[in-house]
Ligand binder design. Structure first.
Ligand SMILES: Cc1cc2nc3c(=O)[nH]c(=O)nc-3n(C[C@H](O)[C@H](O)[C@H](O)COP(=O)(O)O)c2cc1C
Length: 334
């Protein structure tokens, strides 16, 4: 079947199914597999050095000529900058941010995703290099701001989502954002099946941004025990906690979230500095400490029942969505 939405048109891709740019998890290998299969792969660059980012982009470009993206988690610290080298995302340092962006511009990556607030001027700068820009939003108000700042599309992130997320359910957020902006809207949070993709399109979305389901792929750069957690957990085994960074973030419930549930959590970015100083994010995702370390995970973990290759996941989402949409027209005949 031929798909056509605001996202297939914007990026020139076959399917408007985007793999979320998960820090640590989504390197060039995962992004290349998704893009090559007709979706949109995205490198999660939040913890990469410029050399690492350059290498991961090169890996994608060697594997496929299909469009892909790079996701940055540049915090908006205002006057409260923790300063470079203090252990939060390295990109608190403006010089380092510029260096990372320069690599993306030089290598002509088709898409940049700003995970946090879209900085003023960022979209215009990317557009000068012929690059599309998207940003994650949790309210219609934030979506309107992103549109005003020149975003080409917004990723409406429902509270179901793994990682940093807001409080509004996807079923309300997507139509509210669609009503607010004229640019394409991508739905994120809780989408792990073809039926979920179809539902997002029915709500008015032009595409989907899927994290947790792609975490459970062979290409994700995580420890096997993390993949197993994504398969094993039920929908009530994640929790929104500020323990990872000081901002609301959905994590797998474990000793880490239980420990912090009864302790004072510092505001962002101080909490992130503390957790990073202890190396807990890598200890969880890369070393497989799924008990004592933070593991970002969405409620859609309940719908993940096996570990697959990324291309197989994409094919399953596409096929499942097509079946769901055709099934609906049978149930509601004209
Ligand atoms: C392990 C993990 C790491 C994540 N890291 C990032 C990140 O670095 N940047 C970002 O924009 N979003 C990140 N996210 C959130 C995703 O972009 C996305 O919003 C979320 O996965 C969508 O919900 P889902 O997990 O239900 O599919 C992360 C999510 C997970 C599960």
């Amino acid at each position: 079947m031929a798909w056509r939405t605001g996202i297939t048109d914007l990026l020139g891709v076959r399917y408007p199914i985007m793999q979320a740019g998960m820090g640590v998890v989504a390197g060039g290998r995962l992004a290349a597999a998704v893009s090559d299969a007709g979706g949109v792969g995205c490198i999660g660059a939040s913890r990469m050095s410029p050399a690492e980012l350059d290498e991961e982009i090169a890996l994608v470009q060697a594997a496929t000529s299909a469009p892909f993206g790079v996701d940055f988690l540049f915090p908006d610290l205002g006057e409260r900058s923790a300063g470079p080298g203090e252990g939060t995302s390295h990109a608190v340092d403006p010089a380092l941010r510029a260096e990372l962006l320069e690599i993306v511009y030089r290598r002509r990556v088709p898409l940049i995703v700003y995970a946090m607030k879209l900085p003023a001027g960022a979209a215009d700068e990317a557009h000068e290099h012929g690059i599309r820009v998207m940003t994650l939003v949790g309210t219609a108000r934030h979506a309107a701001r992103a549109q005003q700042l020149g975003a080409d599309a917004v990723i409406a992130t429902g509270t179901e989502a793994g990682g940093h997320t807001g409080a509004v359910a996807l079923s309300v957020l997507v139509p509210a954002v669609v009503r607010e902006v004229d640019i394409p809207v991508v739905a994120a949070g809780g989408i792990a099946t073809g039926a979920g993709v179809a539902a997002a399109l029915a709500l008015g979305a032009d595409g989907v941004w899927v994290g947790t389901r792609f975490l459970a792929t062979h290409e994700a750069a995580v420890h096997d025990d993390v993949r197993k957690e994504a398969v094993a957990r039920t929908e009530d085994q994640t929790v929104i906690s500020r323990a990872l960074s000081g901002k609301t973030c959905r994590l797998a419930t474990n000793d880490f979230t239980a420990h912090w549930a009864t302790r004072e959590i510092k505001p962002f970015p101080e909490q992130a500095v503390e957790i990073n100083r202890q190396g807990l994010v890598l200890k969880g995702l890369r070393d497989g400490d799924v008990v004592g370390s933070p593991i970002p995970l969405g409620q859609s973990t309940a719908l993940v029942d096996r570990v697959d290759g990324a291309a197989a996941v994409l094919a399953d989402l596409v096929g499942g969505a097509e079946r769901a949409l055709c099934g609906l027209t049978e149930r509601v005949a004209p």
